[in-house]
Write a protein that binds this ligand. Structure first.
Ligand SMILES: Nc1ncnc2c1ncn2[C@@H]1O[C@H](COP(=O)(O)OP(=O)(O)OP(=O)(O)O)[C@@H](O)[C@H]1O
Ligand SMILES: [Mg+2]
Length: 417
C-alpha cells in the first residue's frame, strides 16, 4: 500500500483524464497552485470533460487553483480527515494529490488518474447491500468498509462509501452514508425527509434505511439503466466556484446555468422542480440545500437534465441549526418563508402561475403530512428516535403553516408585476 501511495504522489503532477473508456486529456500543475487541462487530438465532441469545457485544441487554465470541475468530488469533512489520518505519513495531501488518489472512483463520468495508471486502478467496494442494510451490526460493517477505503471521489461533510452491489442485470451503484455524533438520528432524519420529498412528488433516487437506523443507502443517479456512468456536475462546479463557496449561491445564477446547458422542456422542468425544492426546504426545515446539493446529469450535451433531489435533511431539528438561514438566496434574500419576493421570482423566472404555485405548495404540505404519519409509526417501533422524530414533526407542522401563505395570499403579493 505504501509503495502504491508513493507512486500516486510521484505521478500526481500530471494526471490522465478519461470520459468513459476514452482517454480525453491531461491535467497538469501549473506554477505553485495553478492547473491546466488540454484535450488530446481527435477527441469526439461528446467526450467533453465538463459542460464548461467543450472539446477544443486550446487548453483550459486556472492560474491559482485546480480547475473547478476537478474540485467537485474532492473529499471534504470526514473523508478528507480520514485520508490525512491514514495516509498523511506517505502523502502530502494538496488538491492535486487528493484528486490523484480519488479521481479513479468518482461521482460522474469523468475519471482522473495519475499519469500511466490504469483508468480503473481503484473502484467502488463490492458489497451485498441488502445484507448489509439488514445486519444488526450495519454500523460496524460500515466502519470496516471505511477502513478498506483507498479513495472515493465524493464530496460532503459526512462519512460515506461508494459501493457496488450485484443486481440481476448489471451491478448497481450506491452511496452508503452514516451520521455523526453531533447529529443524532441523522440517517433516519434523512430517510424521512427524503421520503417527504418523494411523497411531495419531487424526483428522488431510490433510498433505503438500515434496519437498525444507522445507515442510509442512496442509489446513484449518475449511472443509466445499463450501468454506464453519466455526467454529473453540481451547481458549484457549473458556476465555476470552488466547493468552499457552496453557500454563496443564488437561484438566479443556478437558473442561468440551466439556461446555458439544458434545452426546451428539460429547462422548464428543471426550474419548476427547483422552485418546488426550495419551497420544500423552507417547509421541511432544511437549511443545508447548498450549491453542491443540486446539479445537472447527462449522457451527452443534448440530454442535460436536473439531477434528482438528494441530501434532504431536516437540519432545523438540531439545536445548532435551529436558527440557521437557507443556503441559497432568491432575489438577494435568504428567504425563510414564501413571500411576495419568492412568488415574483417563481412567476418571472420559472413561468409559474399562481394556480401552479398553490398546487405545488399543497403537494409539499401533503408530502410532509404523509411522511410525518410514517415517521410516527417508525418512532413508536424505535423509541430512541422519538425525540428527533417529534422535533421533526414539529418543524414540518410549522412549515405546513408557512405554506398556507398560498391559500390566502395578500392580493398585492400575487398580482402580476
Ligand atoms: N444518489 C446520488 N447519486 C450520485 N451522486 C450523489 C448522490 N447523492 C449524493 N451524490 C454526490 O455526493 C455528494 C455528497 O453527498 P451528500 O450531499 O449526500 O453528502 P453530505 O456529506 O450529506 O453533504 P453535505 O456536506 O452537503 O452535508 C453530493 O454533493 C453529490 O455530488
Ligand atoms: Mg451534500
Amino acid at each position: 500500500m505504501t509503495d502504491l501511495l508513493a507512486k500516486v504522489q510521484a505521478n500526481a503532477h500530471r494526471l490522465d483524464v478519461y470520459v468513459g473508456d476514452h482517454r480525453v486529456g491531461t491535467l497538469e500543475r501549473q506554477g505553485a497552485a495553478g492547473s491546466v487541462f488540454a484535450y488530446l487530438p481527435d477527441v469526439g465532441r461528446n467526450d467533453f470533460a465538463s459542460l464548461l469545457m467543450p472539446v477544443r485544441l486550446e487548453s483550459y487554465a486556472v492560474p491559482s487553483a485546480l480547475i473547478p470541475t476537478f474540485q467537485q468530488n474532492l473529499p471534504e469533512g470526514f473523508l478528507r480527515r480520514k485520508i490525512t489520518e491514514r495516509f498523511g505519513k506517505v502523502l502530502a495531501t494538496d488538491d492535486f494529490v487528493l484528486l490523484a488518489l480519488t479521481g479513479a472512483n468518482p461521482i460522474g463520468r469523468q475519471r482522473v488518474v495519475p499519469s500511466g495508471f490504469a483508468r480503473n486502478w481503484a473502484g467502488p467496494l463490492q458489497v451485498d447491500i441488502d445484507a448489509l442494510m439488514g445486519d444488526s451490526k450495519a454500523g460496524s460493517l460500515f466502519a470496516e468498509l471505511l477502513d478498506r477505503y483507498i479513495g472515493f471521489g465524493v464530496s460532503g461533510a459526512l462519512p460515506k462509501v461508494l459501493v457496488q452491489g450485484r443486481a440481476t442485470i448489471h451491478d448497481e451503484h450506491w452511496i452508503l452514508k452514516a451520521g455523526d455524533d453531533k447529529l443524532p438520528g441523522l440517517a433516519v432524519n434523512e430517510f424521512f425527509t427524503m421520503r417527504a420529498a418523494q411523497c411531495a412528488g419531487l424526483p428522488v433516487p431510490q433510498f433505503k434505511l438500515a434496519e437498525n437506523g444507522t445507515l442510509l443507502a442512496v442509489k446513484r443517479f449518475d449511472h443509466d439503466a445499463l450501468g454506464n456512468a453519466l455526467g454529473f456536475e453540481d451547481f458549484c462546479a457549473l458556476l465555476a466556484m470552488p466547493p468552499e463557496r457552496k453557500y454563496g449561491g443564488t437561484m438566479e445564477r443556478i437558473f442561468k446555468a440551466i439556461d446555458a446547458y439544458a434545452d426546451g422542456p428539460r429547462r422548464l422542468e428543471a426550474k419548476e422542480t427547483l422552485v418546488a425544492a426550495h419551497l420544500f426546504c423552507m417547509a421541511a426545515g432544511n437549511t443545508d440545500a447548498h450549491l453542491k446539493n443540486f446539479g445537472l446529469v447527462y449522457a451527452d450535451a443534448s440530454d442535460v437534465r436536473l439531477a434528482p433531489m438528494f441530501d434532504m435533511v431536516t437540519t432545523k431539528v438540531y439545536p445548532q441549526y435551529k436558527n440557521d438561514i437557507p443556503a441559497i438566496s432568491v432575489a438577494g434574500k435568504k428567504l425563510q418563508a414564501p413571500d411576495k419576493t419568492f412568488v415574483r421570482f417563481a412567476q418571472e423566472r420559472a413561468g409559474l402561475t399562481q394556480a401552479r404555485l398553490r398546487e405545488m405548495a399543497q403537494r409539499v404540505a401533503a408530502g410532509l403530512e404523509e411522511a410525518s404519519a410514517e415517521m410516527a409509526v417508525h418512532s413508536r417501533a424505535h423509541p430512541a428516535f422519538k425525540p428527533i422524530g417529534a422535533g421533526m414533526a414539529r418543524e414540518w407542522a410549522a412549515g405546513i403553516k408557512l405554506l398556507s401563505y398560498f391559500d390566502a395570499p395578500p392580493k398585492r403579493a400575487l398580482s402580476a408585476p
